[in-house]
Design a protein around this ligand. Structure first.
Ligand SMILES: NC(=O)c1ccc[n+]([C@@H]2O[C@H](COP(=O)([O-])OP(=O)(O)OC[C@H]3O[C@@H](n4cnc5c(N)ncnc54)[C@H](O)[C@@H]3O)[C@@H](O)[C@H]2O)c1
Length: 359
């Protein structure tokens, strides 16, 4: 078992436990008198719900949403509020998010707003949620065509990661999450980056101790960054490495590619610009690019209409003030916020990953 404590405003705020079972779930975190409502999705409910219910050892309410990003919206939030009101859930009760990043983000937002704030626990079940979205306190939903447009910063009471939950996760979803781990290594931890390269076969074999090390490495990076800048005023923006281009491609492709797949493409673009600005060597750029391949992540994509991708990027909320605050790599393990990336440089990076151009 591994345990990290995430601080907020200089004080310990919540623990993150990473384990091979639910055996170390600290049941005293939920008061005997508190009722519990598990929010999950229909896929996760069939494979993970019973083992969590056994651990909680009390009658629980369960609300299951339809899976997928298209349900991460205010309609789903409203349905959950209605369920909680109907079941008379009190402010002293607890919500548990059992699922991937979609369930975690929605549950966190409901917890932040229902009765002006109710406790919640994250039990992430996708690799993406384990290595990234379950910590840091960002919660929220999409609004119209804008991703994560409505939300709140709200901290969980506990994050409990049981790597056994990954057994049922589809392969494509597993590698989707790996992209965020790779991003964490690239922006802040060159030793972790080398460890990822050295352990690529063990990671793909999903050996439990390796998974615990993988998740701990990524969460340690995120913990360090969010503790220094909890509300994304400066440093935290480096977590968006690969996401500026990634989000635009995700939207351009109509969400046919997974988030992590788009982040991988975005990381390749950002590493390419970093090379062209002489921050990275050519060898480092190609090494980063090729590192995604054994993890079934794309490094090029077909038929990008580059003008359209650039248009979408300009509408991204991170670009709303008109500045292109692009996250680049000064070297492997050190990201910087670069305010001077030109449209031409972004265009060249998109040409690099455009299948027609790259091959
Ligand atoms: N809050 C943050 O800081 C933050 C950070 C990164 C990403 N996100 C958000 O996370 C979301 C993506 O998360 P995701 O990739 O986990 O997507 P997801 O929640 O949609 O899960 C992916 C799929 O895997 C299924 N699934 C999850 N765990 C499973 C398991 N153990 N067994 C079988 N199936 C399982 C889900 O039902 C779903 O179909 C996006 O909405 C993104 O915006 C948030």
């Amino acid at each position: 078992m591994e345990k990290l404590t995430v601080n907020y405003e200089g004080k310990p705020c919540y623990d993150v436990i990473i384990d091979k079972s639910f055996d170390n779930f600290p049941s005293d975190i939920i008061k005997d008198s508190a009722r519990v409502c598990i929010i999950t999705d229909d896929n996760v409910a069939t494979v993970c719900l019973d083992s969590l219910k056994d651990v909680l050892g009390k009658d629980v309410l369960v609300y299951s949403i339809a899976p997928g990003e298209k349900n991460k919206n205010l309609d789903t939030v409203r349905d959950i509020y209605a369920f909680l009101v109907k079941n008379d859930l009190a402010r002293s009760d607890v919500l548990v998010a059992l699922g991937g990043g979609v369930v975690g983000d929605i549950t966190g937002f409901v917890a932040a707003t229902y009765k002006r704030g109710i406790s919640f626990i994250q039990v992430p079940t996708s690799l993406l949620a384990m290595v990234d979205s379950s910590i840091g306190g960002k919660t929220g939903v999409d609004f119209d065509e804008y991703k994560n447009m409505v939300g709140a910063f709200y901290m969980p009471e506990l994050v409990y990661i049981n790597v056994e939950m990954l057994r049922s996760l589809p392969e494509r979803e597993f590698y989707n999450g790996f992209a965020e781990a790779m991003k964490s290594a690239l922006i802040r931890d060159s030793i972790y980056y080398s460890w990822l390269i050295d352990n690529m076969y063990e990671i793909s074999d999903k050996e439990p101790e390796t998974l615990i090390r993988l998740i701990k490495g990524s969460l340690s990076v995120k913990k360090d960054v969010v503790e220094k800048d909890p509300k994304e005023e400066s440093l935290r923006m480096i977590l968006n490495f690969g996401h500026t281009v990634g989000h635009a491609i995700e939207k351009y492709k109509g969400f046919e590619l997974k988030h992590g797949e788009c982040v991988a493409l975005g990381c390749v673009c950002a590493a390419f610009i970093s090379w062209k600005k002489d921050y990275l060597t050519m060898e480092e750029y190609y090494e980063i690019r090729d590192m995604f391949v054994p993890f079934n992540l794309p490094i090029s994509t077909e038929m990008l209409d580059i003008d359209k991708v650039l248009d979408i990027m300009k509408k991204d909320k991170k670009f709303i003030d008109g500045r292109r605050r692009f996250i680049l790599l000064k070297k492997i393990g050190k990201a910087v916020i670069d305010p001077d990336v030109t449209e031409q440089e972004i265009r060249a990076s998109l040409e690099e990953i455009n299948f027609d151009e790259a091959w």
